[in-house]
Each structure stands twice: as C-alpha cells, then as structure tokens.
Design a protein. Structure first.
Lengths: 116, 249
C-alpha cells in the first residue's frame, strides 16, 4: 500500500472530455427502464390478477433485463462467444422457473384432490 | 522446439494461451462467471417462491368474500400487505417499494456514468459518480430495513386466529398476512438480496477509496470500476426480479 500522497501520476494521465452521445444513450436507457417500471406499476393496479397479467410482468421484466445486461453491463457490445456464454445458461434457468411454476400448480391440484 | 517466449497469436491460435479469446480480461470474465453462478442461486430461491406460491390457494373474491382479509388459508395479495410509507399514516400500496426500485435503478445509472468516466481516465468524475452510487446503496439498505421493521411490527388490527388470540406482524413461525411460507420466503429472499447490496456497497467503498488514492491512474485503466459496476448492476437486476415476483405478481 503506497504511503506517499502526492499525486505523481496526475500530470501524466490524459483526461478525455465527455462524449455527449454516450451520456445521451445512457439517459435514454434510463428513461426506458423508468417507463417500463411505470407501466408495470399501473398494470398491477388496473388489471385483474391472472395468467395474462403475470405474463405481461414476465415480458416487461425481460425487456428491463435486456437493457440492464445489454447496455449497462455492456454485454451487447462484447464478443459474441461471451454473449452466448451468458445467455445460453440463462435460458436453462428460465426453463427451470417455468417448470417449477407448473409443478407448484400441479401440487396444488393434487392437494385439492386428496384433501378436498 | 517451440520456446515459451514465442507468441503465436494469429486468429487460429487465440485459444492456445497468452491471448484473450473473448477480448475481456481475466478479472472481467471471472466477474461475469461469478454473476452467472449467483444468478443461479437467486433463481433457486425465486423458483422456491414461485413453487410455494402456486401450490397455495390464491385469494378468490367469489369464494373468500369481496373484502380481502388476511388468512393463512390463501396466499396474500402483496398490495394489501405492503401499504406503508414513512412519516404518513395513509394507505399507499406498493409506493414505498416503487421508491426503493427507483433509488436502486438510479444508483445503477450513476454507476454506469462512473464507468464511462473511468474509460476517459477522469478521476474526479469517477469519484463523484461512485459517491452517488454508494449513497444510493445506503439509501436502499435503509429503506429495506424500514420495510422489514414494518413487516415484523404488523398492522394495528392484526389477525384473529381460530383460538381467539390475535397475531400481529410477522416472524418465521406465524405471521398475520398469510401462510407461514409467505413471511419465511420474504425474509430469506429480500435478506439474501440485501446482503448482496451491503457487500456491493462495501466493495464500492473500497474501490472509491482506491480511486481517491490514484491507484487506477497508476495502473493505467479504470477496469476495476467496470468490474465492480458489473456486480452492482447484477444486484439491481436481481431486485427487478424480486420486485416483480414478490410485489407485483
């Protein structure tokens, strides 16, 4: 751990000025995320609970995931192999979620059938 | 005999070592793989929640009465459970959790801006944006702590049990809102996520400290800010999922 405090490297580091395009892109993604969250909120109160509403939530969460992982975490701009290395295992997770929801419903039906 | 000093780096041999086939550093790749494994952990928990929820009876106004009340025979409706906001005694369903989501997403945005400033070697900007991110993290943790305390404390009416006693609030054995699993899973999943937020804030503070010291100017790049940023975005992403499945569905 360095114990001297003088910033001996500052005059060697070249600071590049900010690119307004990049900041605009970041803000654009922020507004999209905010907008999608607002839609989810409104939908939660407007529509009755059921398969349609849940599917809408899953879809919108997917959209948010796409923007957070693709833009904020920069995955969209990485090498294709890295993108697939993350995306393909995630599809297996999604299948697991779907399978367990179906499983849960099935357990519910069985319990109804057994105990009435 | 090929010497270890000779580097054969054309495109056919990028997988032979001494190169970056995925054009990302070792540290960044390892962070991505860690995030993938952590995502699997959280998915396990959320799957357990989904399974539990679907294997319980859902509230049906036709069967259980038009006015919703808490009962352990059916899963509660989240917007009837999470209705409190600080400093006001009004019914504000899901407002507070919306504020928490907003805070965490904003802290993610400030993290992106810190990473962007790091790419330009702009130390002062990195410091500024990382500080905002750390503040956002602390704010989220404070909000989550408050949410837990209200959940544990319960409402004024409580719930009447069959033997005539009343139960207020929630603990791991019985809660006024619904089945035992509801509170158990709430504590476990939001607690697990909250622990990740706390560790993320601690790591952010360490990196912020290093930025102030000028460590990354000496190293020549701000990639550490980027790696820590990946972890922070992951934490935000998990919250998006937890928020959707716990509070909205």
């Amino acid at each position: 751990m360095s114990s001297h405090h003088h910033s001996d490297n500052i005059h060697e580091v070249k600071i590049v000025p900010r690119d307004p395009q990049k900041v605009k892109q970041i803000l654009k993604v922020t507004y999209i995320l905010g907008g999608v969250t607002a839609i989810e909120f409104v939908a939660a109160f407007l529509f009755p609970k059921g398969l349609v509403l849940t599917s809408l939530f899953v879809l919108l969460t997917f959209v948010k995931t796409f923007y957070i992982v693709g833009e904020f975490m920069h995955l969209k701009h990485e090498v294709k192999t890295l993108i697939w290395a993350i995306v393909i295992p995630t599809t297996f997770i999604m299948w697991l979620i779907l399978a367990m929801l179906i499983e849960g419903s099935s357990v519910f039906e069985f319990r109804q059938w057994i105990w009435g | 005999m090929a010497h270890s000093a000779s580097i054969d780096n054309n495109s056919e041999n990028i997988w032979n070592g001494n190169a970056e086939p995925l054009k990302a550093s070792w540290g960044k790749l390892m962070m991505w793989f860690f995030l993938l494994s952590d995502a699997i952990s959280f998915s396990g928990l959320l799957v357990a929640y989904g399974f539990s929820r679907f294997s319980h009876l859902a509230y049906n106004p036709a069967v259980h009465g038009m006015i919703f009340k808490f009962s352990d025979t059916y899963w509660p409706i989240p917007e009837k459970v999470f209705t409190h906001i600080p400093f006001a005694h009004i019914n504000a369903p899901l407002v507070f959790v919306g504020i928490m989501t907003f805070i965490l997403i904003l802290s993610s945005v400030t993290m992106v801006l810190a990473v962007e400033a790091g790419h330009r070697m702009d130390r002062e900007e990195v410091k500024k944006w990382m500080l905002w991110t750390i503040l956002g993290g602390f704010a989220f943790l404070g909000c989550q702590a408050w949410e837990w305390s209200i959940f544990i404390q319960g409402s004024e009416e409580g719930r009447m049990l069959l033997d005539g006693t009343k139960v207020y609030g929630a603990n791991l054995h019985i809660n006024e809102y619904g089945p035992q699993l509801f509170a158990d899973l709430f504590f476990f999943i939001t607690g697990f996520h909250g622990t990740h937020v706390l560790s993320g804030v601690v790591i952010n503070i360490i990196v912020f400290y290093n930025v102030c010291l000028g460590t990354y100017d000496k190293v020549g790049n701000y990639e550490m800010v980027e790696k820590v940023g990946l972890y922070w975005h992951f934490v935000d992403l998990v919250w998006v999922f937890v928020f959707t499945f716990f509070y909205l569905v």
